[in-house]
Design a protein around this ligand. Structure first.
Ligand code: FDA
Length: 303
């Protein structure tokens, strides 16, 4: 109930205006978002690399409504690869197709993505297409496959709360596409998604096993210690080496578990979001964990 309310509010321009214009909320957001500029983000990547982790940079933004906005986002992404190379960072990028104008014009979105992936290729880097709500699943997969057929340094994300995910995993793996597995962060109708957490988790483990035995290098993205343990145990049983997959976690979340994975010799990529358009991302993080909402509200009303 709280989760669906927060996810519904994440689309409200009025709530967005209230939260983003409040200086206290901006301070709380810094726990999950590395800052507003690329300069801030690069500093966060440097620190994360220094701690022994890989990184993925996300310039926050989604659901753009004009072509100039989509082109501006694409220009930021293309420039990020130059900066990553110049700074010698161990870091790829994550982006959303609605940030590149998927809602406006699919052809434009695809062209912008192709340009970004070409720049990544020139730098021997990698683009991860985040997965958004289920209205975008088919298009995201189709676009990813199309671009991947030209250059293989692009992959996408699958969500274990969707019934279709096991089949999508097999299909994308057969095309040689590298995947990030997550539970899923959006509000989905019961007809297409598991409603019970135990079913989402069981499907996560099922798909994780498909990924780990596929011979491709994938990302297992979760803060759930039970999912991480299941992955470690399965890899060890199957003789899958620690450098044949990576764990992924979000900036600022369960840093204790992040440090533990590094101590144990696993590869960990930290997803580092930055930018001014942080409101929907922030609301999804609140929706995942009621304690975050309590922390946010107590700071918001503190004087
Ligand atoms: P779960 O929600 O069961 O949480 C397990 C435990 O993790 C909690 O008990 C708590 O301790 C901790 N935790 C989880 N979320 C927390 C939070 N916000 N704050 C503090 N503690 C928290 N989703 C999507 O739909 N498309 C995408 O492209 C991505 N991309 C992505 C990249 C990466 C690197 C990660 C880690 C996650 C995503 N997600 C995502 C989000 C994902 O779908 C999911 O909503 C969150 O990861 C929460 O699910 P968990 O697997 O962490 O487990």
């Amino acid at each position: 109930m709280l989760r669906s309310t927060l996810l519904a509010l994440s689309k409200s321009p009025r709530v967005a205006k209230f939260v983003t214009h409040n200086s206290l909320s901006r301070r709380v957001v810094r726990r999950f978002v590395a800052g507003e500029s690329l300069h801030d983000a690069v500093a966060a990547v440097r620190a994360v690399n220094h701690a022994g982790c890989l990184a993925s940079l996300d310039c926050l933004g989604e659901s753009v409504t004009t072509e100039p906005e989509a082109r501006a986002a694409a220009a930021v992404y293309a420039g990020m690869f130059d900066r990553i190379a110049a700074e010698n960072l161990v870091c790829n990028v994550s982006l959303k197709l609605t940030q590149l104008g998927l809602d406006l014009d699919r052809q434009l979105c695809q062209e912008l993505l192709a340009e970004i992936v070409a720049r990544a290729d020139a730098h021997r880097n990698f683009v991860r297409i985040d997965m958004e709500g289920s209205a975008y699943t088919d298009r995201t997969i189709e676009i990813c496959k199309r671009i991947h057929a030209q250059r293989d340094c692009v992959g996408t994300v699958l969500q274990s709360y969707l019934f279709r995910t096991e089949q999508d995993a097999r299909d994308l793996i057969s095309a040689g596409i590298r995947l990030r597995l997550v539970k899923g962060a959006y509000q989905e109708p019961p007809g297409i998604a598991f409603a019970k957490k135990s079913d989402v988790d069981a499907n996560y483990v099922r798909v994780m096993k498909i990924l780990l035995t596929s011979g491709l290098y994938h990302g297992i993205a979760t803060h759930d210690p039970r999912m991480q343990e299941a992955t470690k145990n399965f890899a060890s049983e199957q003789g899958i080496r620690k450098d044949q997959f990576e764990f992924q976690m979000l900036y600022g979340i369960r840093t204790d578990l992040q440090a533990q994975l590094i101590r144990e010799g696993y590869r960990l990529r930290v997803y580092i979001p930055f930018g001014t358009d942080w409101f929907p991302y922030f609301m999804r993080r609140l929706a995942e964990r009621p304690a975050n909402l309590k922390f946010f509200l107590s700071n918001l009303f503190r004087r």
